[in-house]
Design a protein around this ligand. Sequence first.
Ligand code: SF4
Ligand code: SF4
Length: 234
Amino acid sequence: MRSFRELYEQMLREGTGSLPVGAFDPHHLDCLLNPDRYPPVWRIGHCDCGHEQHAPCEQACLFDALKRDAQGNIAVQNETCTGCLACVERCAQGKLTASRDIMPVLRRLVQGEQPVYALIAPAFIGQFSQDVTPGRLRAAFKNIGFAGMIEVALFADILTLKEAFEFDHHIHTDNDFMLASCCCPIWIAMIRKLYNQLVGYIPPSVSPMVACGRAIKRLYPDAATVFIGPCFAK
Ligand code: SF4
Ligand code: SF4
């Protein structure tokens, strides 16, 4: 029986044209084909670490997003999981993994029924060699079927400007403060869950990624947007 990783790598190699043959866990295949039906973290095996209570993964979760199912396996709660991946790091048995949505993206590119835009995080500039310029990356995305590539950094600049206005508007004395980090979903979720009394100090801004997606959809209502970046939670 192929492991989850082996199945995933096989599907990446073979593309979207056919379903894999041979022995594999159908749950793994369903996760890869339909990630939107599952939470941000997938359990890819039975929990046999010997911790029936307070397992390392449960201790790592600040968001109460892990419960047990009737068989005693960990079940990730879609409503409360933030995708921080702390539980994945803490499971020494490798029974948890981050979700992957590459297969649906490839499917949309191949089908060609709607324009698909790549929204790339600012970190891309340090990910490759100096030879990989934004223009070359854009050309590469277009070559594999994307309609275009948009740098989310543009919207980070716009939102920084907005937050500067918010700061000017709300901060008048040494005792005033505001919590400005609209780009980080874990930070926002942590304040909501653990420091709820501070929620009022978060300025009302969406993240640069969300702003970028909205701008594209304002221009091209039928477009699909794909965020590509190093932060899984986003
Ligand atoms: S996910 Fe990993 S650490 Fe958590 S209970 Fe299952 S096997 Fe143990
Ligand atoms: S990804 Fe983070 S929030 Fe989600 S279950 Fe794991 S530890 Fe909890």
